[in-house]
Write a protein that binds this ligand. Structure first.
Ligand code: KG4
Ligand code: ZN
Length: 363
């Protein structure tokens, strides 16, 4: 197949997305449409799975139509339909899989069930043509893990969070400080005017000789520091919020830097021909965290790649791209027994991760 055109569908969390990608030696994103649900969940302090699933079911066909229209194509022009079939909030994943099955049944097109995490992890190949193996840090509201991408279907997990994802910690901490959601950008903004040394927050697991991380204790420490300030002066002043934000961000940054350095050490031992560290996920939008990761990459002699934010956060272009990678590698299509999976670790040999975040299963 010299030209491959694939429709991608994503609905594993709180974004309903559809995209059309074409490969003819180079990749082209013909369209990538995302409909977020932040407004629907705002009053609940987290994603409500039932509300998310219903919104996906209502919006999926509209998003598919929109993506095809923007690409200037019809279903006849496609070679395959790729859909996130896990991991994620099961109601949403089921909605997407049912939509894709319906389209595949009606058109006779091959159906490709894609791992959402593989979508994130393969994005730097779509945006920057990275060669395998490269090191990947997924860092968002629902994910946090280091992966070595060896091939389109071959990922080695070096470590990840054992509790909250960093984005989740940013969001919960922002709430404790009376800042708006999503918490990441709000804390980053407040931190600019803050003193990162005023509060001595913990750096969990930083000295442990592995790549696992923990962020839930940090948020509890922030709560204690906040309460101590409030006991002294009753009200939290703007400067206190800025200092708490800066101290929190510095702690997350130091942990991520230290663990990235460890992950790079393991990765560089493979003597990759074109060493690279790539990031994906909403937290990668944070300028100071991004700068800290770039420093670690440079120190290790690796290129640092941060795809454009629209392709870093949840989207369907990455799902279509993963489908294209599979077809290029001669992989098989799925059939109508394709199941929606709440959990689906990328590296089945790695020890399973614990728990489940507010945005669903982490692996
Ligand atoms: O990748 P994403 O859009 O969605 C998933 O979690 O799947 O990531 C959203 C997360 C939120 O928790 C948000 O607070 C965090 O990314 N985030 C940030 C920043 N922008 C978004 N965290 C820190 N600094 C930022 N500038
Ligand atoms: Zn994601």
């Amino acid at each position: 197949m010299s030209t491959i055109t694939v429709l991608g569908i994503e609905s594993s969390c709180d974004d309903t997305a559809a995209a059309v990608l074409r490969w003819d030696g180079v990749a082209e994103v013909l369209s990538s449409e995302v409909s977020g649900q932040t407004d629907l969940h705002a009053a609940f302090g987290g994603v409500v799975p039932e509300i998310a699933a219903r919104a996906h079911a209502e919006r999926l066909d509209l998003m598919v139509e929109l993506a095809l229209e923007k690409a200037g194509l019809g279903l006849d022009d496609l070679d395959a339909i790729a859909v996130t079939s896990g991991p994620g909030l099961i109601g949403g994943v089921v909605s997407g899989v049912m939509c894709a099955k319906g389209l595949a049944a009606a058109t006779g097109l091959p159906l490709l069930g894609v791992n959402h995490l593989a979508g994130h992890a393969l994005t730097p190949r779509l945006t920057d043509g990275l060669a395998f193996p490269y090191l990947m840090l997924l860092v968002s509201g629902g994910h946090c893990q280091f992966l070595i991408a060896h091939g389109p279907d071959n990922f080695e997990r070096l470590g990840g969070t054992i509790d909250d994802a960093p984005g989740e910690a940013f969001d919960k901490s922002a709430r404790l400080l009376g800042l708006p959601q999503p918490g990441g950008p709000a804390i980053e903004e407040a931190a600019k005017a803050g003193d990162p040394c005023r509060f001595d927050l913990p750096r969990p697991l930083i000295r442990e000789p592995h790549c696992d991380m923990s962020f839930s204790g940090l948020k509890t420490a922030l709560l204690r520091a906040r309460d101590a300030v409030m006991q002294e002066g009753n009200r939290l002043k703007r400067q206190d919020v800025c200092d708490l934000s800066a101290s929190f961000q510095a702690a997350v940054g130091e942990v991520l830097s230290a663990k990235t350095a460890r992950a790079l050490e393991a990765y560089m031992a493979l003597a990759p021909s074109e060493p690279a560290l790539a990031v994906a996920g909403g937290v990668a939008a944070n300028q100071s965290l991004r700068a800290a990761l770039a420093v670690e990459a440079k120190r290790a002699g690796a290129r640092f790649i941060a795809p454009p934010l629209a392709l870093c956060t949840d989207n369907a272009a990455m799902i279509a791209w993963t489908g294209i990678e599979r077809l290029r590698a001669g992989g098989h299509a799925d059939d109508m027994t394709l199941a929606a999976r709440p959990r689906w670790p990328l590296d089945s040999a790695a020890v399973p991760m614990l728990g489940s975040g507010k945005k669903g299963a982490k692996a």
